[in-house]
Design a protein around this ligand. Structure first.
Ligand SMILES: Cc1cc2nc3c(=O)[nH]c(=O)nc-3n(C[C@H](O)[C@H](O)[C@H](O)COP(=O)(O)O)c2cc1C
Length: 155
């Protein structure tokens, strides 16, 4: 299985920690979008998108890269870390899935967990979820990757 995880983690490195666990199980790298070309992605069987949630979306550099690609139904999984769960914040996961689908990616599974968040005024109180992602989150991320592998093989 040839897979790449497009990973953007600008705030605390939270998403990178999670994406690297997933990549370790799937035997693939978590790579910044700036280091990838559309050609690098088109040869892959499976694409992972891993990002912190910024203003209710994945990082714009991921979307910019995907806009230059021409996938049609490429299997994809999504990994996010955020300060708030999607249900409390505009259902951002639904929006992100729609963005990825617009770019020809078929998201068949997703993983999310909280990440240390010191964005904006939160920094004055030391932020939220200081110790996340924690060991338990990373273990769950590995279990998610095992599930992705099984599901991908049955597609
Ligand atoms: C510029 C910015 C915007 C953010 N916007 C959101 C948001 O819309 N919803 C949310 O739940 N968390 C938001 N957060 C918190 C991050 O999603 C959270 O800290 C995440 O774990 C950061 O991942 P990273 O360390 O991989 O960048 C935001 C953080 C930053 C820095």
């Amino acid at each position: 299985m040839d897979c790449t995880i497009i990973c953007k983690s600008i705030h605390k490195g939270n998403t990178r920690k999670v994406a690297e666990e997933v990549g370790d199980v799937l035997n693939c790298q978590a790579v910044d979008p700036e280091e990838l070309s559309p050609e690098d992605l088109s040869s892959k069987d499976l694409i992972g998108v891993a990002s912190g949630v910024y203003g209710g979306n994945v990082h714009k550099s991921i979307l910019e890269l995907l806009e230059r690609t021409s996938f049609s139904g490429k299997p994809c999984f999504l990994v996010t870390t955020s300060g708030f769960p999607s249900v409390f914040f505009n259902d951002y996961e639904k929006k992100i899935r729609a963005e990825l689908s617009k770019n020809g990616l078929e998201v068949f599974d997703s993983f999310t967990c909280r990440g240390h968040d010191e964005y904006g005024p939160l920094k004055y109180i030391g932020g939220m979820y200081k110790t996340r992602p924690n060991k338990k989150d990373l273990k769950k991320a590995r279990q998610f990757a095992e599930k992705v592998e099984d599901r991908f093989r049955s597609i």
